[in-house]
Design a protein around this ligand. Structure first.
Ligand code: NDP
Length: 325
């Protein structure tokens, strides 16, 4: 029987159980995939803890790559043997074999490996929508991006460099600062001991930035509001330090008519066409080597709990994948 990670209660990494699972035949619009690599993402920890609630028991994970084993009766675009990947799916990517709705899959170009795809579909497509849809960067801008040495962070550093955008990245150590710079960050701020808003003011000659991308949440929210220009945009897209709650909207007026948005990847790749367009842009940058997919950690799927501990204790950099072979 195929194996998968399941949880039957919310909690710490110890609730992740590596168990035998029965995988049903794919529904009419689904495809059954034998997976070769799976991506770890911070969002997986939110579902594990229950911060994002889902009825128990359930699997975990949204990102993976593998080979089509069976297609549902209505699926025309894909066939058995196709190499495919996804970064947005029903919960359950932490599995050897699984079913995914066909419209959430892209066919992989031959030059991209399963590991590269599983490390970039969620993080790279997130960077695509953040930089090209939520606030369309043009180049010649200076922006602030939190957790710049993380999974999404290293895509963001490289994508910004490719666009000619100066990315100021926050990090928590000198090693992470070096990594972010090597991947294209223009400047870094170590938010473990530097004042982010003051440094942004210095680095921008008093102008601040037109857009802040904040996946850290609770701990950086205030600094984000203080770093953005009047009528600028704060894109709050994650909660690595905890969710932002209890905001008095009046603060946006006080800081200068600030805009705030809280986007998700799912709403940006909701159709096969939108997903393909975003993936084409991402794959183009990987092919041209403007973006190198940085896989810094690999764990066997059976050790998913260890991977969660590493991610939550800020020990990881770049992408982390689960291996299956
Ligand atoms: P990362 O690899 O970036 O890991 C999170 C990083 O956040 C850590 O490495 C750490 O970097 C930083 N961090 C700051 N404070 C804390 C804290 N208290 N505990 C743990 N980490 C902290 O994760 P991902 O690339 O998977 O995701 C980054 C963020 O983007 C997450 O919040 C995630 O939920 C969000 N996201 C949102 C999406 C959306 O569509 N809305 C899609 C994809 C991701 P450092 O040590 O340098 O501070």
């Amino acid at each position: 029987m195929p194996k998968a990670i399941q949880i039957d209660q919310h909690g710490g990494p110890e609730v992740l159980k590596f168990v035998d699972v029965d995988v049903a035949a794919p529904g009419p619009d689904e495809v059954r995939i034998r997976q070769h690599a799976i991506g770890l993402n911070y969002i997986d920890t939110y579902y594990r803890t229950g911060l994002y609630p889902s009825p128990l028991p359930h699997g975990l994970g949204f990102e993976g790559a593998g080979v089509v084993e069976e297609v549902g009766a209505s699926v025309k675009r894909l066939k058995v043997g196709d190499r495919v990947a996804y970064g947005q799916s029903p919960l359950g990517a932490y599995a050897e074999v699984r079913n995914v709705p066909a419209h959430q899959l892209v066919k992989l170009p031959s030059w991209i490996s399963f590991e590269q795809a599983a490390a970039s579909m969620l993080k790279g497509l997130t960077t695509q929508y953040l930089f090209r849809q939520t606030y369309r960067l043009q180049g010649d801008e200076t922006i602030l991006f939190h957790a710049a040495a993380g999974g999404v962070g290293l895509f963001a550093c490289q994508w910004a460099r490719a666009l000619g955008v100066k990315l100021i990245g926050t990090v928590s150590s000198p090693e992470k600062a070096k990594l972010a710079r090597e991947h294209g960050a223009w400047e870094t701020i170590d938010y473990s001991h530097e004042n982010v808003a003051e440094r942004v003011l210095e680095l921008t000659g008093g102008k601040k930035v037109p857009v802040v991308y904040d996946g850290v949440g609770k701990d950086t929210w205030e600094a984000s509001l203080d770093s953005v220009q009047a009528r600028g945009l704060v894109v709050s897209f994650g909660n690595a330090s905890g969710p932002v709650t209890g905001v008095n909207l009046g603060i946006l007026a006080q800081k200068g008519s600030i805009y705030v948005t809280r986007p998700t990847l799912g709403t940006h790749v909701a159709t096969a066409e939108k997903l393909q367009a975003a993936a084409d842009e991402l794959f183009g940058l990987i092919k041209s080597k403007d973006i190198v997919v940085q896989i810094d950690q690999r764990f066997p799927l059976s050790q998913a709990a260890e991977a969660h501990r590493a991610l939550e204790s800020r020990k990881t950099t770049g992408s982390t994948i689960f291996t299956l072979d």
